[in-house]
Design a binder for this molecule. Structure first.
Ligand SMILES: NC(=O)C1=CN([C@@H]2O[C@H](COP(=O)(O)OP(=O)(O)OC[C@H]3O[C@@H](n4cnc5c(N)ncnc54)[C@H](O)[C@@H]3O)[C@@H](O)[C@H]2O)C=CC1
Ligand SMILES: O=C([O-])CC(=O)C(=O)O
Length: 352
């Protein structure tokens, strides 16, 4: 048994970068446990004090696959960290505030989830967020390339159709790009599709699985209702209603929140569902399949959302779109046209 003074000295050598005010200088039970190397993955949430970041941090703290949880933001992360760190679940929580602590936040991470950036207000498109969020995502990805180039990266910040290509360009310039490890999070489109379709069919949404392909904005969100599980058929009116509701789900929330932001709670749920799938893949579990916006050869575009199989290296297989009906084929052409512009805008932002 180490004597108390020695224990405190040992722990002091591993100071939490932003200890909560009540902690004895350098003494943190969390750091003590983390040093013990408990099994599990190290996850960073970047933008952790935001509308998505806070509930996402809470849900990640509840995930038994997470051993260390880093919460980074440019504002308010100490408070969120103190709060979440009191939950009696396994993950050790550490907070990081501001650009000087970004590198500490990212170093050693297995998975980095990025919900940093501004959300929409009524009347805006996701692309209207580009001017602010493009620079934020670029800087954060430069940090990832330097500090945890092998981490799986989940990008939530909008416009996803452009921010994922931005991240890819940053990683290419740094020489660290691995297309298997970069994923745009389109899970909320699938979550909404399952919910809305279940409503129409009178089913439990947990029994429904709708693949949603393309991208994450307006017409680029393409639900493949013909491939729903369990197999079901829809009238033309149902198809029109469901496709439109799924494509406009984000706007439905933005309008209901009336200036107070966009989807945060359902997004945190979707983000943790997706991050959990990535962690199960990293652990080597079999048959982990989700939709995501990834570097892809499924179409002629360099990025596309479709079903992917997740494994130890991230995306290990990208599934083809499968047979589409006439309605979906028309939707696919519209989606590809808009996607091409959004992808090019992201690539051009980094190259210029
Ligand atoms: N992919 C998807 O399906 C969805 C994406 N989103 C997007 O997620 C993003 C975040 O949304 P909310 O959490 O509602 O916004 P929010 O404004 O509530 O939170 C954003 C957080 O990012 C932080 N932040 C800003 N610049 C930063 C930087 N350089 N480094 C680290 N943190 C930084 C802010 O301090 C804030 O805490 C938005 O771009 C939104 O459009 C939202 C819903 C769904
Ligand atoms: O609509 C927005 O701005 C946020 C978002 O991406 C979504 O809820 O799907």
């Amino acid at each position: 048994m180490q004597r108390s003074a020695e224990r405190i000295a040992t722990i002091s050598a591993h100071l939490n970068p932003s200890p909560s005010s009540h902690q004895m200088e350098g003494l943190s039970a969390a750091n003590c446990r983390a040093k013990g190397g408990s099994p599990g993955f190290k996850v960073a949430i970047v933008g952790a004090a935001g509308g998505i970041g806070q509930p996402l941090a809470m849900l990640m703290k509840m995930n038994p696959l997470v051993s260390v949880l880093h919460l980074y933001d440019v504002a308010n992360s100490p408070g969120v960290t103190a709060d979440i760190s009191h939950m009696d679940t396994g993950a050790v929580v550490r907070g990081f505030l501001g650009p000087q602590q970004l590198e500490d936040a990212l170093t050693g991470m297995d998975l980095v989830v990025i919900p940093a950036g501004v959300p929409r207000k009524p009347g805006m498109t996701r692309d209207d967020l580009f001017n602010i969020n493009a620079g934020i995502v670029k800087t954060l990805c430069e940090g990832i390339a330097k500090c945890c180039p092998k981490a799986i990266v989940n990008i939530i910040s909008n416009p996803v159709n452009s921010t994922v290509p931005i991240a890819a360009e940053v990683f290419k310039m740094a020489g660290t790009f691995d297309p298997r490890r970069l994923l745009g999070v389109t899970m909320l489109d699938v979550v909404r599709a399952n919910t809305f379709v279940a409503e129409v069919l009178g089913l439990d949404p947990r029994e429904v699985n709708v693949p949603v392909v393309g991208g994450h904005a307006g017409v680029t969100i393409l639900p493949l209702l013909s491939q729903i599980k369990p197999p079901c058929s829809f009238t033309p009116a149902e198809t029109e209603y469901l496709t439109s509701r799924i494509q406009n789900g984000g706007t439905e929330v933005v309008e209901a929140k009336a200036g107070a932001g966009s989807a945060t709670l359902s997004m945190a749920y979707a983000a943790v569902k997706f991050a959990d799938a990535c962690l199960h893949g990293l652990r080597g579990d079999a048959a982990i399949i989700q939709c995501a916006f990834v570097s892809s050869q499924v179409t002629e575009l360099p990025f596309f959302a479709s079903k992917v199989r997740l494994g130890r290296s991230g995306v290990e297989e990208i599934f083809p779109l499968g047979p589409l009906n006439e309605y979906e084929r028309t939707g696919l052409e519209k989606a590809k046209k808009e996607l091409a512009t959004s992808i090019q805008k992201g690539v051009g932002f980094v190259k210029k």
